[in-house]
Design a protein around this ligand. Structure first.
Ligand code: ADP
Ligand code: MG
Length: 380
């Protein structure tokens, strides 16, 4: 049974009727462009074949009530009386509701079942998947067209202003607007996107170190503040506006740590643009080199890797068939992403898993993934 059938079945078990709509909102993996989104820079993620699935039917009383299969828990609230932000997974739904209301949307209630195979806290953005599923629920019930960029911003506001995690726009944008068989180069300044084909005969492999992060209270918000401090020092609005030459001038008086954060963002933006060319030229070798360089910079300049991520990336890079590998997502744990020759993908996954387990004693999860389309209604 696939997740669509599963969520449909769960809905029928709970409510004794078929859902009115089933929504799929994917998780994502970022191929390159890490910690650049909140500096209005460039990112290159793709949606993966793991997603949040939400089966719903409308309610007339302005109540939203959702049951999470994974958490075996129900989140319930009144759209007209959201109160203050609290704790728990329901805050993602409430946050989206709050942001939509704040922007003048008229919302109607719904109830249903949520299930997701996006691992939590692994850097594959299980939270954005839930936010976009929620945004789609309101959209489809209102009979509106899906406005991917607008809904991505709603999701980001939910996360930043309601949940309290200062994450950028990348996760919601890719979940909202991905295109099957492609990565997307997103300019996080104006949210314009460019489709990027994957090189032929390559697969994207995600290697989960099984070590975990949390955005709230982690170094994530510190990094954001450091990037803002660097931009201020250089007299630009965002680090996006700084190039390599300007970065070398004017470093006097700048804290060394803050300088290294700036070096990462400026060089990473450049790597994304170069990577896009490599992908368009169907050149996985060049793409892989940029991925490796990205990891080095995230480790040495941005300092958001941990021992497990460094080990996993190194093992992946050394394993035959791998063009390049880097940590992906916010860091401090989670996953490595690798670009691998198609006919080596299975063997690569097994070999890296064995090597990683031998060193750490941890059994990694490995996903050979497909680039999927963005948030959609799959049944209505
Ligand atoms: P990620 O990197 O996976 O986005 P976050 O910490 O940003 O990590 O978001 C994870 C949170 O999303 C969980 O703590 C939970 O609140 C919510 N979440 C993820 N999956 C589910 C699910 N299946 N059911 C309910 N809530 C979920
Ligand atoms: Mg998240």
């Amino acid at each position: 049974m696939n997740l669509k059938e599963f969520v449909q079945q769960k809905f029928t078990d709970l409510y004794g009727t078929e859902p009115a709509f089933i929504i799929r909102a994917p998780g994502r993996v970022n191929l390159i462009g890490e910690h650049t989104d909140y500096s209005e820079g460039f990112v290159m993620p793709m949606a993966i074949d793991r997603a949040a699935w939400l089966a719903i039917r409308p309610r007339e009383d302005g109540i939203v009530s959702a049951y999470s299969v994974e958490l075996d828990d129900r989140a319930e609230f009144d759209i007209g009386n959201l109160g203050e932000p609290g704790e728990g997974w329901g805050e993602y739904l409430k946050g989206v509701t709050w942001a939509l209301l704040d922007e003048g949307h008229e919302l109607s209630g719904w109830e249903g079942v949520l299930t997701s195979d996006v691992p939590v806290g692994a850097g594959l953005s299980s939270s954005a998947a839930i936010e976009m599923a929620t945004a789609m629920a309101y959209t489809v019930l209102a009979g509106d067209d899906w406005n991917a960029a607008a809904m991505a911003k709603i999701g980001q506001r939910a996360e930043n202003e309601w949940v309290g995690a200062n994450t950028g726009i990348m996760d919601q944008m890719i979940s909202a607007s991905a295109v099957k068989n492609h990565a997307l180069m997103i300019d996080c300044r104006d949210l314009s996107t460019q489709l990027v084909p994957l090189p032929e005969d390559t697969r994207v492999v995600i290697l989960d170190t099984m070590s975990r992060h949390t955005h709230i209270g982690s170094g994530y918000n510190d990094r954001r503040a450091e990037c803002e401090a660097a931009a201020k020092h250089f007299g630009v609005q965002f680090l996006r506006d700084l190039n390599k030459v300007e970065l070398q001038k004017n470093v006097e008086g700048l804290d060394k740590t803050v300088l290294r954060r700036a070096i990462h963002v400026v060089s990473e933006n450049d790597r994304v643009l170069q990577s896009m060319k490599a992908m368009q030229n169907q050149d996985p070798h060049i793409m892989g080199l940029y991925m490796n360089a990205s990891h080095d910079s995230l480790r040495d300049n941005f300092e958001v890797t941990n021992r497990d991520l460094d080990l996993m990336a190194a093992l992946a890079q050394e394993t035959p068939g791998c063009y390049g590998a880097r940590m992906t997502g916010g860091g401090f744990g989670g996953c490595v992403v690798a670009l691998v020759k198609t006919d080596r993908a299975e063997a690569f996954a097994n070999e890296v898993a064995t090597d990683y387990a031998n060193v750490t004693g941890l059994e990694p999860q490995i996903y050979i993934c497909q680039p999927m389309g963005g948030t959609e209604v799959v049944k209505s």
